[in-house]
Unconditional design. Structure first.
Length: 276
């Protein structure tokens, strides 16, 4: 693809950092948002003309709009938006605090929604653009101890699936990326864990503790390969609505959806019984 301008949130680690590295190596321009730029100092020095580091807290809606306005004044175009900023929150629903719930919703869900809403007017005027929303196979499959993470991912997937229909007439594509477990800071560094209650010991709600311990085996997903597939998806026409990355994630999603459809089909008489 020709050199493009990509806006990526949360580039200080994980998928955001890997996407940025690969895109810069290919000659693209990347506007990357961070809350702390310690980990991107090398990129700032190595790519002074094509890497534009911007500070942003995605929970600040006013700051999002100001940043998008600033970017368009400077770069004139955003070809691709990647909503990557987000984190995992683990613990039983009862163990979570009100503050923890509010923060993850503001970051993973509302922050992504407001980023998309902010770029829409400009992409609509461009009559072109691609939005890549980083979700998770946890946007389709639910596990105990992950309730609020799932709430944000299921929520943003519903939002994107609706918005993609609104934006298609303007030649703007939307792709939801659903990675499985990957060897990134998301699982082995940035995960937030609630203050655990002994009442939930030996309960499925605490099964995630095994997953977060690298001594129990590392995740199968290669973040380098996953980032490459995400970049490649931006050239696919029409834009794929969803891409799942990781064989285990795909198997689990298919099994879950097949079971869901099977359960729905059993309700044919029940559903019809409420019709006039």
């Amino acid at each position: 693809m020709n050199n493009q301008t990509w806006l990526i949130t949360g580039v200080s680690s994980g998928f955001g950092l890997e996407l940025t590295k690969q895109l810069l190596e290919k000659g693209h321009t990347v506007i990357g948002t961070v809350r702390n730029d310690d980990t991107v100092q090398t990129l700032i020095k190595q790519y002074p003309k094509t890497f534009d580091r911007e500070f942003l807290d995605v929970t600040d809606t006013e700051a999002i709009q100001l940043l998008i306005n600033k970017i368009y004044q400077k770069h004139k175009i955003i070809d691709v938006l990647v909503n990557n900023a987000g984190y995992g929150l683990f613990g039983a629903a009862e163990e979570l605090t009100d503050q923890e719930i509010d923060k993850i919703v503001a970051t993973n869900l509302t922050g992504s929604i407001q980023m998309i809403r902010a770029v829409i007017p400009f992409m609509r005027m461009q009559q072109a653009g691609r939005i890549i929303q980083i979700s998770s196979y946890g946007g389709q499959v639910a596990f105990a101890g992950n309730s609020m993470y799932h709430a944000t991912k299921w929520g943003i997937e519903g939002f994107c699936e609706s918005v993609t229909q609104e934006l298609a007439p303007f030649n703007i594509g939307v792709t939801i990326v659903e990675p499985g477990g990957a060897r990134t800071e998301f699982r082995y560094g940035s995960a937030h864990v609630a203050e655990l209650m002994p009442e939930y010991d030996n309960n499925p709600a605490h099964a995630f503790l095994t997953m977060l311990d690298p001594t129990n085996g590392l995740a199968a997903g290669d973040p380098v390969k996953m980032a490459t597939r995400m970049i490649e998806s931006a050239t696919v026409e029409p834009a794929p609505l969803r891409i799942i990355l990781g064989s285990q994630a795909l198997d689990s999603t298919i099994q879950t959806l097949e079971k869901r459809v099977e359960d729905f089909k059993k309700q044919t008489r029940l559903a019809a019984s409420t019709d006039f």
